[in-house]
Write a protein that binds this ligand. Structure first.
Ligand code: HGY
Ligand code: MN
Ligand code: MN
Length: 371
């Protein structure tokens, strides 16, 4: 980033930011980037590929200046793995890294605020991370992380919307007892109750087209082979492109959990960690991306993203859009995640066409004048 950008800094939310100036020093700028963090036992491309591709575009410009500046951003935390709540880095840019989020803590009881201080940054300066009012928009290049583009045999797609997602935690509580002496009809088994509930979650999602629901994490206490579980703590991730279907499904999952718990003499508590609405991308930028895709000699292609992205947070403040790259095998969030070098090449070519299109676009000129 340093050889390419006049200014490189880490903001108070830990986002890595590099600024590539315009032909006119005070011109407004376009943000291009993605996230630097990922999930446990992940692949090598989710997030960071988008930051590297943004730098590759700057490299390809070879010092050529555009009518707008470019700020490359590597978001510090998007996945929500450590603190349960995602989009910490990008929320700082839209002014939503608030007290509640700063007080969220990880499994070791370390708060977001403390983690920022331990990283050598000052949480009191977080407001300085916010986007400038003249930011023209945000473009994110990212792997699709699913099977659609491979099935269509397409290297690239323009993302027209990002599905909404809900994240909750459910805690089933029963009564620990001896596994050898307690008859089956006298048990209040938290894991058995959770298992029955997980299968109802799966059935609910299978019944609705386009709906996905996942219990990805389960922790049991005391967690001994010969003790009936007193507690089972589970995560729930529900997604759909229509918010009413997603929120209705969450309500059904909560009711099912309560009915199963009542029937089994358990208690159950649910906590909502995220209720992120579905977000449409900026139609003008989506059209421009699709035009750029066609210039790379690919067919026009647009799709909805099932995965969440920082673009859905930036879209709260600025026009946002994404370019998807094909994911071989549709595998992601796993070391088998990969990309084809030819698709990466096409993505860089597409990004360059997009920058040239925006530089010549009367609509984008109007947006620059308004900024
Ligand atoms: O979970 C997601 O949708 C993304 O990988 N953050
Ligand atoms: Mn991810
Ligand atoms: Mn990602």
């Amino acid at each position: 980033m340093e050889p390419l950008c006049a200014e490189v800094r880490v903001d108070a939310a830990g986002n890595l930011r590099g600024f590539y100036s315009a032909a006119e020093p005070r011109a407004p700028c376009l943000l291009i980037g993605s996230h630097l963090d990922t999930v446990p036992n992940a692949g090598a491309y989710d997030g960071v590929l988008g930051v590297v591709l943004a730098l590759a575009l700057l490299e390809e410009l070879q010092g050529r200046r555009l009518p707008f500046g470019i700020e490359v951003v590597g978001f510090s935390e998007e996945e929500g793995v450590r603190f349960g709540t995602p989009f910490i880095g990008s929320r700082a840019l839209v002014g939503r890294l608030d007290e509640e989020l700063l007080n969220a803590h990880d499994a070791q009881g370390i708060s977001v605020r403390k983690a920022i201080e331990d990283f050598g940054l000052n949480p009191k300066e977080i407001s300085q991370a916010e986007l400038k009012n003249d930011t023209l928009g945000y473009i994110e290049l990212h792997i699709e992380q699913g099977p659609v583009l491979e099935t269509l045999n397409q290297p690239l797609a323009a993302v027209e919307a990002i599905a909404g997602q809900s994240r909750l935690e459910f805690t089933f509580r029963g009564r620990a007892n001896h596994a050898g002496t307690t008859p089956m009809d006298l048990r209040c088994d938290a894991i058995a109750g959770a298992a029955e509930w997980i299968s109802t979650v799966e059935r609910a999602a299978q019944a609705v087209p386009g709906l996905v629901a996942t219990v990805g994490k389960i922790e049991a206490k005391p967690g001994a082979v010969n003790v009936i579980a007193a507690e089972a703590r589970l995560s729930l991730d529900v997604r759909h492109s229509a918010d009413d279907i997603r929120t209705r499904t969450v309500g059904e999952c909560i009711r099912e959990a309560q009915q199963i718990a009542a029937r089994r003499g358990l208690s159950v508590r649910d906590t909502t960690l995220l209720n992120q609405r579905a977000v449409a991308m900026d139609p003008f930028l989506v059209d421009e991306i699709e035009r750029a895709i066609v210039k790379t000699r690919c067919k026009p292609c647009r799709m909805v993203s099932g995965a969440g992205h920082d673009a859905m947070i930036l879209a709260e403040k600025v026009p946002a859009a994404m370019i998807f790259l094909r994911t071989p095998g549709g595998i992601s969030h796993d070391p088998a995640e990969s990309v084809a070098v030819e698709d990466v090449e096409k993505a860089i070519e597409c990004g360059l066409h997009l920058l040239d299109q925006l530089a010549a676009s009367p609509e984008f000129q109007k947006r620059m004048n308004r900024a």
